[in-house]
Design a protein around this ligand. Structure first.
Ligand code: AKG
Ligand code: FE2
Length: 328
């Protein structure tokens, strides 16, 4: 195990870690990904071809994770190809000088888990998004922030078509930025039975992220439970910043959950070639603060969202871009 995984007490479950150095990627795919004119659709077609594989170890780890998630709700694949990247862009959609190897790696991994999708308000619905610190967002609760802690969240907790998996591929690491993680399986044994009872009831509302509202103020989603499914192995949808209780007992329960998550969490410092896959039904994630430089050497991740099935979002989707409108 590498030393950059934070030393957590032994009983805290860390992501399942698989080193993928062994087993080469298909050169045919790599050479396509070196061309500048290749589109995301081309890459997705290639990534979907079962004859084009990630290394055998990466492929098998992803398929196993999709079949039965790990107790930590996370899988960390190391030493994946990211290609030639050039300087970190100043904004997610700014032009870069990179080749397309990292996009192909990410989409190939995503296709082993389900269907990659974008969300219109998230970088225009891009299937692969650059997550870089931006000068305008240093202190905000968004993925492009840096100087503040990004609080624990289910990705798009407020969204009826929220992703089933979230994939973060590191192109350039920052040794001081820790991606934080905590699964429901980790905290459940430490919550009072009465708190768990309340978390299973539809007594919580999650605010819609401001980027989905075009400046239309504060919109709360419908009352929902935080926990659903099997009492002993539930799914969790929770945002420590945006989820509130609809009554005092529910609010106490969400504070108890947030405290347990803070206490039981683990973290990982992502390095170039690391792919962190998060089961968005099992684990919440966040990020520690770090110092941005805005000189082309900052931390750079690429992110892809995956749903298990495209059908439920059919009426609110254009191609692979989910267009659900909120607060209208
Ligand atoms: O920067 C990170 O490690 C995580 C950011 C995050 O929450 C996201 O991209 O969804
Ligand atoms: Fe996130």
């Amino acid at each position: 195990m590498r030393s950059n995984l934070l030393a957590a007490p032994a009983e805290h479950s860390e992501p399942l870690i698989v080193d993928c150095r062994s087993g080469a990627c298909a050169p045919r795919a790599d050479s396509v990904a070196l061309r500048q004119d290749v589109t995301v659709d081309d890459l997705l077609r290639l990534a979907s071809d079962p004859r084009w594989m990630l290394s055998r170890s990466a492929h098998d780890a992803l398929v196993d994770f999709a079949r039965s998630s790990h107790r930590s709700g996370a899988l960390l694949l190391r030493s994946l190809p990211v290609g030639r990247i050039g300087p970190t862009p100043a904004a997610p959609t700014a032009t870069t000088t990179k080749d397309r190897v990292s996009e192909l790696t990410l989409l190939a991994a995503a296709r082993r888990l389900g269907e990659p999708v974008g969300y219109e308000p998230e970088h225009g619905g891009d299937l692969v998004q650059n997550i870089v610190p931006t000068a305008g967002a240093t202190e905000r609760q968004v993925s492009t922030s840096s100087k503040v802690e990004l609080m624990f969240h289910t990705e798009a907790a407020f969204h009826p078509h929220r992703p089933r998996y979230l994939l973060l591929l590191c192109l350039r690491g920052d040794p001081t930025a820790r991606t934080t993680l905590c699964s429901i399986h980790e905290v459940l044994p430490f919550l009072d039975e009465q708190v768990v009872d309340v978390l299973f009831e539809p007594r919580f509302r999650t605010a819609v992220d401001e980027s989905y509202l075009d400046g239309r103020g504060n919109v709360l989603g419908p009352p929902m439970p935080v926990l659903t499914g099997d009492r002993h192995a539930p799914s969790m949808v929770f945002d420590a910043d945006l989820t509130v209780g609809t009554d005092a007992a529910a609010d106490d329960a969400r504070h108890a959950l947030a405290a347990a998550v803070r206490e039981r969490c683990t973290s990982v410092v992502l390095e170039a070639g690391d792919l962190l896959v998060i089961d968005n039904l099992a684990a919440v994630h966040g990020r520690s603060p770090f110092a941005p430089r805005f000189d082309g050497s900052d931390r750079w991740l690429q992110r892809t969202f995956v749903v298990g099935d495209l059908a439920p979002s059919a009426a609110e989707r254009r191609g692979r871009v989910i267009t659900t409108a909120f607060g209208e």
